[in-house]
Design a protein around this ligand. Structure first.
Ligand SMILES: [Zn+2]
Length: 125
């Protein structure tokens, strides 16, 4: 079963939406249950100043994506980059075993969004 924290994030996900002028965008999908996640970040002085996500997926994917954005918001980029599946699962109080793969999406999409931001930086230098 899902924990109360997971159900809370599923019922009222945090930081849902799009950032039109995002500094970095990353996506991840899980073909097994059709989950698809896009994460948008804004970066200020090396910190994740804002983060939003759009997800199409199951309860586990929605809750873990929401928790990913909560964990990353306001963090230094490097700290956000190292957020792992384990961190996300622990913050949710655990996920049912068959739903653990859904917690992968958040960490993957977040890393891609930060990498996207970093690649843009290189180009502008
Ligand atoms: Zn799923």
């Amino acid at each position: 079963m899902y924990t109360d924290i997971t159900l809370d994030h599923f019922k009222s996900p945090r930081n849902v939406g799009i950032i039109e002028d995002a500094d970095g965008v990353g996506s991840a999908g899980d073909p097994n249950c059709g989950d698809y996640l896009i994460i948008y970040i804004k970066v200020e002085n090396g910190f994740v100043s804002d983060i939003k996500f759009q997800v199409h997926g199951c309860c586990g994917a929605i809750a873990s994506s929401s928790m990913t954005t909560v964990l990353a918001k306001g963090k230094p980029l490097m700290a956000a980059y190292t957020i792992s599946n384990k961190d996300i699962m622990e913050a949710l109080g655990g996920l049912p075993e068959e739903k653990e793969h859904c917690s992968l999406l958040g960490a993957v999409a977040l890393k891609k969004a930060i990498a996207n931001y970093a690649s843009k930086l290189k180009k502008s230098q």
